[in-house]
Each structure stands twice: as structure tokens, then as C-alpha cells.
Design a binder for this molecule. Structure first.
Ligand code: PA5
Length: 432
């Protein structure tokens, strides 16, 4: 059984197997471009076989995580986009939803709080207030070292740490994950004596979760990073031949795009996967949305959003297809007990697990959406554990690269991200 399985049967009525099969040649060509590094953006392919590397840097990451867990109630992770979404996705998928609340109330563990991913003073003040009377450390993450949101946020935490622990003490609690040589952050880290971790030159932000960018915060959250990397390695090994589930997903979404669909809606039935969708949105949005091309990546959490977005999906403009993530074995289940009065009429479910109900909701939703003209793709993992999530990350990264090459774009650049910055800097009067 593959670490991540893919099923396109829910799209068969919209794009036949033939349409997908006919893309085999294109898939093969895209695969060669990746493997032989001959495609556009080939200087950003470090992620491709990254899970195969185990090195000194990784050992330092684990040692730093241990230190943070021993001396800090809170780790504040300062970063935006690819410099935080991967870590947040993995942490939220694999930890108790109340892990931070528990850590903050002294029940063990280190709370991992994200900041620097907006310019909201309201949010920033709340985080500063939260940590000011606690022992905390900061992991500031920026490949360029010049991104406004994390840079301005970091100023506040640096000042607070220095006030609390002195300049030297603060330096022992600041971990900078950045370029190996360039950028303002690297310069500051070297001058102040912060421990630094390297974001490899050939790994873009949205592909960096299995570098120190993701691994340090993930390890601080108490997640087994060896198993996470192992899952990605397993997936890598499964994609040696081109007949694999990952490429079948890339082919199916490409066939759906070419059949006229404009939006891919990633849906889950586990609230812990919300940020996996946010990470996936960035991965596919920044990789494919260029030159006037690309599926718009959107996301919903089901069944929650069936009560808000369900109407549109069922009945609105027929522009989307759905990709559902299935987790086969829940981390926990609860049995519904019979009730003598049965006021709520739910005794027909007595003896059933909540997971059974959730799974029937997923099946019923897929059937309804297919009937309503929404093709359904399904991606399955066995359970929400580190190995499966590592596999899922690599599955999406590899499928994204293959899809991008089939689309005819460079999947590894993001020229459009600069446009807002130019205007913002001009309005702020940044010196040129
Ligand atoms: O994927 C990307 O390249 C972006 O989302 C970046 O990660 C994001 O803009 C943050 O950039 P940096 O890490 O340079 O601060």
C-alpha cells in the first residue's frame, strides 16, 4: 500500500480515464525535467531529494529544540509564507488542539506560537503580553532576511528579550533560520551571536518544511521529526517509476483544468488539517498562478464549512472540483450511547463511533457534489501520524512540480509577490 493513496473514481464521469491516460507522455517529460534538473527553475530543486539528507545541521536542530523545550514555556516562531506555514501545518495536524493552552497552564511541553505573519499590531501586542512574564525563546525565520512582516515583528521580540535577559542572555534565546551568507538577518545573527540554521539556496520557502525552517518548530512541539522525514523518504522512493499515485493526482487535476475547471477545493474532515490546506494553498498558488494560468487553490474544512460554503459548492457556478483528504484511522474515536428518552432521535446511531458518522458524511458529501457537477478526487493517508504527514507533504510537493511543468510555467519562482511590496514601500517612504 502506498504511503499516500489517490483515487480519481469520483471524477471519472467528468474526465474519463482516457483523458488522464493521454497525459502519460507529458507526465513522463515533466518527470525527466525534475529528475535531470533540466526544467525551468532547476536551481530550486533542492527539495526534490532533500529527505534523503541527514546531516550535522539536523543534529543541531534537534539539540536546539531540546534546549528550547528545557528552558522555555513558549517558542515564538517569527516568519511568513513559506517560512511558517509548513511548520504550522504539521504541528496542528499532529498535536492536541489544546497543546498550547496546556503548556501555558504548566501542564508540560513548550507552547509554539506564530507571529510575524501579518502586520496587525493588535495580534502582535497580544503575543508580547502573553510572553512578557514567561520564559520564552524566538525562532526568527526569513530566507531573504529582509521581509517586512517578520523583520518588524522581530524588533519587538528582540527588545523584549534583551529587557528581560540582557543582551547576552537574549542572544542565547534567539535562533535565526536564514540564508547561509546573505541578508540583514544573517548579518545581525553573526554580529549578535545567535545560533543560526541554514535555508539551502536551492530550496524555496514553500518547499522548505523539511529543512530547519519547519523542523525546528516541529521538534519543539514534541513531534517525531525522524518519522516525518522517514515518511517523505518513503514517498520519494515510491515515485521512482512514473506509474504512481502522486503523478496520477497531477494528471487528474491537469485533465480537470483542461476540461474547464478553474478552482481546486482541498477539503478535509479533520480540523487539525486546516493549516495543511493553508500550506497547500501557498504551495499550489505560488507555484502555478502565473502567466495568466493555473487552478485557483481554495480550501474548506468539512463538515464545518458544509454549513457555510456547502450551498455554493452544490449549486453555484460550476467552476470547481474537489480534492478530499481522507484519514483512514482516526487518532481517537467515541461511541454514541443509546439514550432512554431519545429526544434528539439519535438512537439509530447508538453503538456507532463518531468516526463512522464522519466517514458517512464524507461519502454522502462526495456523492452529492458529484451529482451537483463537482468532480471528486480523493487522497488517503492511513492515520494522522508523523510518517503519514511526511509522506503527504512530499506527495503534494512532487505533484505540484509535475503539475507546474505540465501547465507550462516555472513552478519555483514567485514574481507576482513583489507587486504589493513595491507599492507598500513607496507609500511608507522606504529609502531606495
Ligand atoms: O514561498 C516563498 O518564497 C514565500 O512565501 C516566502 O517564504 C515568504 O515571502 C517569506 O520570505 P522570507 O523567508 O524571505 O522572509
Amino acid at each position: 500500500m502506498a504511503i499516500v493513496e489517490f483515487d480519481m473514481s469520483g471524477a471519472a464521469a467528468f474526465v474519463g480515464k482516457d483523458a488522464v491516460e493521454s497525459l502519460k507522455q507529458e507526465i513522463a517529460e515533466a518527470s525527466v525535467k525534475l529528475k535531470e534538473k533540466t526544467g525551468e527553475g532547476n536551481d530550486f530543486l533542492g527539495w526534490y531529494d532533500l529527505p534523503l539528507c541527514g546531516d550535522e545541521e539536523y543534529k543541531r536542530v534537534l539539540a536546539a529544540a531540546e534546549k528550547i523545550r528545557s528552558d522555555s514555556e513558549v517558542l515564538v516562531v517569527v516568519g511568513i509564507g513559506g517560512s511558517y506555514l509548513g511548520a504550522r501545518a504539521v504541528i496542528e495536524a499532529l498535536t492536541d488542539p489544546f497543546a498550547n493552552a496546556n503548556a501555558l497552564s504548566g501542564k508540560g511541553g513548550t507552547a509554539v506560537i506564530f507571529a510575524g505573519n501579518s502586520i496587525s499590531p493588535v495580534y502582535l501586542k497580544s503575543v508580547l503580553d502573553l510572553v512578557k512574564d514567561r520564559d520564552f525563546s524566538v525562532n526568527v525565520i526569513s530566507k531573504s532576511g529582509t521581509t517586512t512582516e517578520p523583520a518588524v515583528t522581530f524588533r519587538f521580540f528582540k527588545e523584549l528579550l534583551e529587557k528581560k535577559y540582557g543582551r547576552e542572555g537574549a542572544a542565547k534565546r534567539i535562533y535565526a533560520t536564514t540564508d547561509k551568507a546573505r541578508g540583514a538577518l544573517k548579518k545581525m545573527a553573526d554580529a549578535e551571536g545567535y545560533e543560526t540554521f541554514v535555508i539551502p539556496d536551492d530550496v524555496g520557502g514553500r518547499f522548505s518544511v523539511l529543512t530547519p525552517v519547519g523542523l525546528l518548530p516541529i521538534a519543539v512541539a514534541g513531534i517525531d521529526t525522524d518519522a516525518l522525514v522517514e515518511g517523505a523518504k518513503t514517498a520519494f522512493g515510491e515515485y521512482e517509476s512514473i506509474d504512481n499515485d502522486c503523478y496520477a493526482y497531477a494528471a487528474s487535476r491537469t485533465a480537470l483544468l483542461r476540461s474547464g475547471k478553474k478552482v481546486e477545493l482541498l477539503v478535509n474532515y479533520e480540523p487539525g488539517l486546516h493549516y495543511m490546506t493553508e500550506w497547500w494553498k501557498q504551495l499550489y498558488g505560488e507555484s502555478e498562478g502565473k502567466d495568466g494560468k493555473g487552478l485557483f487553490p481554495a480550501g474548506c474544512d468539512f463538515t464545518t464549512d458544509l454549513h457555510s460554503m456547502g450551498q455554493y459548492i452544490q449549486d453555484g457556478v460550476r467552476l470547481m472540483f474537489e480534492t478530499a483528504i481522507e484519514v483512514r484511522e482516526p487518532a481517537a474515536d467515541l461511541i454514541i450511547e443509546p439514550d432512554e428518552d431519545n429526544y434528539d432521535g439519535l438512537n439509530y446511531l447508538a453503538g456507532r463511533g463518531m468516526d463512522y458518522v464522519n466517514k458517512q458524511a464524507a461519502k454522502g458529501t462526495a456523492m452529492a457534489h458529484i451529482d451537483g457537477g463537482v468532480p471528486n478526487l480523493k487522497i488517503s493517508i492511513e492515520r494522522l501520524d508523523a510518517k503519514s504527514i511526511g509522506g503527504l507533504i512530499y506527495f503534494f510537493e512532487r505533484a505540484c512540480a509535475i503539475s507546474g511543468y505540465m501547465l507550462g510555467v516555472n513552478p519555483f519562482n514567485q514574481p507576482g509577490v513583489e507587486a504589493y511590496k513595491k507599492n507598500m514601500f513607496r507609500l511608507l517612504g522606504k529609502p531606495v
